[in-house]
Design a protein around this ligand. Structure first.
Ligand SMILES: *[C@@H]1O[C@H](CO)[C@@H](O)[C@H](O)[C@H]1NC(C)=O
Ligand SMILES: *[C@@H]1O[C@H](CO)[C@@H](O)[C@H](O)[C@H]1NC(C)=O
Ligand SMILES: *[C@@H]1O[C@H](CO)[C@@H](O)[C@H](O)[C@H]1NC(C)=O
Ligand SMILES: *[C@@H]1O[C@H](CO)[C@@H](O)[C@H](O)[C@H]1NC(C)=O
Length: 764
């Protein structure tokens, strides 16, 4: 275990280096955030220029330093500054905050059918073509069949975006594309254009809004019609991620443009650790988006299953966990003695016949100074290729297959119990079995002078346990704002087939020479665009719904998940699994506007200064602010944190808007796994028209709890609608050091998904 994740640590080192290695007097990119967009035809750029001129002492210096002028949706700029210069600007009038550029990480087909969004049987309105999904990602491959604009008219009139980049052509499907790289650093693999060299952005875009593509598969596996949630909607790509990661100055620039360009939904499959909102450009950018009625969906992160790992937790966004669909990829191993083991792997390569089988621990490269203690893991360079050539190698750790490939092995069996609920693809025939099965295979190898085996071509099987939240999906509670339950909901994020960049390696081995147009990958990065697609779908039917209304509809109609399969329950899946068709008709919605979020931030202890760091406008907190709970934010879930040993007590005022049957009566009920006292007043709500609002209060009380959390729910029902809101009462224990360490190591699952030999930060 000590040596196993060494390549994973690379990724962490590299991140801290980009942020801090040359901190001293060198000029680094900083974000200077100046709040709301100035009214009138104000020349923001010249304002930014003169600030820089003041500090740097010359017009030429200012020109050279300025990286971006943000001024289309909010005010601010990015510039290369020393720490001293940054501190000076921080003191200037009109400057809300100065943040260092920080590098964040990137965190089908079957999945839409799984959610009941079928090709023929689903309501589709012509207005779908008016909906624009903007994605902040690694770019897009415009020639992919998923982005064909066949049958599509010109972009909607409201569209103000552009298509910018050499050798990159938009069409009526991809109607906008821009790219941002404030670090100015390009890997040889990076295209200096919105073109995607990683695959990630092509995958997320096609998941959200890809056209119908028959006969898509990964080398024949998972064959079917690939499509996005809204096949007729438009895509705008804002490329902010490069081989080194995704810069926060670039992310903010992309929000500035996307909002002004006129997108309807913003999909952000990337992030860092949980930040306070005033340091979090995704929270800041999405706040401005929310003010303009644009809903932002973001990934919860891939740092699970440890508690408190969920990131991107702003209540004005939708935070998405990842769960399985009813399709599982397996690859079997058959031994010479007739034993068969089932492993997890996306293995499209048939091994013709059987091959000799060898244990990696018996094949160390002694002349390279290796011993069996290391070679058992089959890392690159540790095996003796004379011994492994032409053989199947049994290894004691999951790896990308490259060690065996380089040592001329024909296949690899890896025993590792850690990544058992999703599958990777590898550059050679490979499968991943449990540690127990690995022991049995080793016994077989040791029991005969002539061990042999074969790895069968992979299959897809029905996963009757689906949906369950996958292990890597980040979990609550929400340590930034304990009063808001996060993640909000879950969506398919495991083994998702979608379009891929044909220059990117498909497997987790970075030097994999194979090339594909469709690939199967996993991550909360993959679940997020399912929610973006679902939000776009709702928007096509209800163009005037606010971001809060869309989120509410998705949450209160979500499919109820089974806590026996995910014992961390709501901390894994929030309100449950999205059901886009049901979300069209939620009956009641919990709406919220900027004012509500400002009130929420004030109650969280933000003062006027820190509040404006987020809102960018002249919002104020009432004086004196009563710092308290965020219980009165009109949120479609309830989170009550209690100090260990204290009695449970919480009061949650809520207001619902009738968007269902004009004349309807709803009755309240509740349920919980533990003796709580819950009162809902009033417990009957009668509406006489659509758009009518009614308020109610939920009071929760009880004795001190002896367990970490209590799950429950509150539900409003009329004859046709069930409006369900999860309720969680939990003790607010900070994560232990062990949990934090584990989360750190696990966070580098990202590294495993797209491992770069040179130790650079990867995708997913
Ligand atoms: C444009 O990009 C495609 C895809 O990488 C490449 O095949 C082609 O050669 C490029 N054309 C030019 C003129 O650079
Ligand atoms: C489907 O794709 C496979 C390879 O990906 C190809 O061999 C086959 O001919 C295709 N079938 C149809 C009907 O296009
Ligand atoms: C052992 O490792 C050395 C150094 O990496 C390498 O050059 C050599 O080819 C390896 N030997 C075998 C038999 O794989
Ligand atoms: C506002 O809060 C910040 C951070 O908590 C603090 O540093 C600052 O002094 C406060 N400002 C005022 C005016 O109270």
């Amino acid at each position: 275990m000590a040596t196993k994740p060494f390549f994973l640590l690379y990724t962490l080192l590299f991140v801290s280096c980009l942020i801090c290695c040359h901190c001293h007097e060198e000029r680094k990119v900083h974000i200077v955030y100046m709040g709301e967009k100035p009214k009138g035809g104000f020349a923001v750029k010249s304002m930014h220029h003169s600030i820089l001129e003041d500090v740097l002492g010359s017009a030429a210096g200012a020109k050279e330093s300025l990286v971006y002028s943000y001024g289309r949706s909010f005010n601010g700029f990015a510039a290369r500054l020393t720490d001293k210069e940054a501190a000076k600007i921080q003191e200037m009038d009109g400057v809300v905050s100065v943040l260092p550029n920080t590098i964040l990480k990137l965190h089908t087909t079957k999945s839409w059918d799984f959610m009941g969004v079928t090709i023929g049987g689903t309501l589709r309105l012509p207005t779908e073509a008016n909906v624009i999904v903007g994605l902040l990602d690694t770019g897009i491959w415009p020639e992919s069949a998923s982005f064909s604009d066949q049958g599509m008219g010109p972009p909607p009139a409201k569209w103000k975006g552009i298509c910018h980049g050499a050798n990159f052509t938009c069409n009526n499907k991809i109607i906008g594309a821009r790219y941002y790289n404030s670090e100015g650093f390009y890997d040889p693999t990076d295209f200096k254009s919105p073109r995607d060299s990683e695959g990630h952005g092509t995958h997320t875009s096609s998941t959200a809004a890809g056209a119908l593509v028959p006969n898509a598969s990964y080398f024949g596996l998972a064959n079917g019609i690939a499509r996005g949630g809204v096949p007729k909607a438009r895509i705008a790509m804002y490329k902010v991620c490069w081989a080194f990661g995704c810069g926060t100055a670039d992310i903010l620039a992309a929000f500035d443009d996307a909002i002004a360009d006129g997108v309807d939904v913003i999909s952000v499959s990337l992030g860092g650790p949980p930040f306070p909102f005033f340091d979090d450009v995704i929270a800041i950018g999405s706040f401005h988006a929310m003010k303009k009625g644009i809903v932002t969906a973001n990934s919860a992160g891939n740092s699970g299953p440890y508690p408190g790992t969920v990131s991107n937790v702003a209540p004005w966004t939708i935070t998405v966990a990842a769960s399985t669909i009813n399709r599982k990829f397996i690859a079997k191993v058959a031994l010479g003695n007739g034993q068969i083991f089932i492993g997890n792997s996306i293995n499209p390569f048939p091994l013709m016949g059987t091959y000799p089988l060898i244990y990696g621990g018996s094949a160390p490269n002694i002349s390279a100074g290796e011993s069996g203690d290391i070679s058992r893991y089959c890392y690159p360079g540790v095996l003796n290729s004379y011994k492994t050539e032409g053989k199947i190698v049994l290894c004691d750790a999951i790896w990308d297959g490259s060690g065996v490939l380089m040592a001329n092995g024909v296949g690899v069996i890896m025993s590792d119990s850690e990544y058992s609920d999703f599958a990777f693809s590898y550059p050679l025939p490979a499968t991943l079995i449990s540690v127990e099965d690995g022991k049995q295979i080793l016994e077989y190898i040791q029991s005969t002078s002539d061990p042999f085996a074969t790895i069968l071509m992979g299959e897809t099987i029905e996963d009757v346990m689906a949906p369950t939240v996958v292990s890597f999906s980040s979990r609550g509670p929400n340590y930034v704002v304990p009063d808001i339950l996060k993640p909000d909901l879950t969506a398919p994020g495991v083994d998702i087939l979608a379009s891929w960049s044909p220059v990117a390696p498909p497997s987790i081995y970075y030097d994999d020479p194979l090339r594909v147009n469709y690939n199967v990958i996993s991550g909360t990065s993959m679940s997020c665009p399912h929610v973006s697609g679902a939000a776009a779908y709702i928007k096509s039917v209800h163009p005037n719904w606010s971001p809060a209304a869309i989120k509410s509809a998705l949450m209160t109609t979500a499919m109820v998940m089974d806590p026996r399969k995910n014992t961390d329950a709501e901390f894994a899946y929030g309100a449950g699994h999205i059901d886009p068709i049901k979300a069209l008709n939620p009956g009641l919605i919990f709406d919220a506007s900027e004012k509500d979020y400002v009130d929420f931030l004030c109650k969280q202890g933000y003062n006027t200064t820190t509040l404006r760091l987020v809102t960018g406008d002249k919002s104020t907190c009432p004086k004196p602010t009563t710092i308290g709970k965020a219980w009165n934010l009109n949120y479609p879930s309830f989170a009550l944190s209690v100090i260990d040993g204290q009695r449970i007590w919480g009061v949650f005022p809520r207001t619902v808007t009738n968007v269902g049957t004009p004349s309807s009566t709803y009755y309240a009920s509740w349920s919980s796994s533990y003796p709580l006292t819950v009162t809902i007043t009033p417990s009957v709500l009668s509406f006489s028209s659509r758009g009518e609002t009614k308020s109610f209060t939920v009071t929760v009380s009880g004795g001190a709890i002896s367990q970490q959390f209590i799950s429950g729910y509150i539900v409003w029902k009329d004859e046709t609608h069930t409006v369900r809101m999860p309720l969680v009462v939990f003790t607010m224990l900070p994560p232990t050091n062990d949990e934090l360490m584990a989360a750190h190591v696990r966070r580098s699952f990202d590294g495993l998904s797209r491992y770069r030999k040179n130790g650079k930060l990867g995708a997913h």
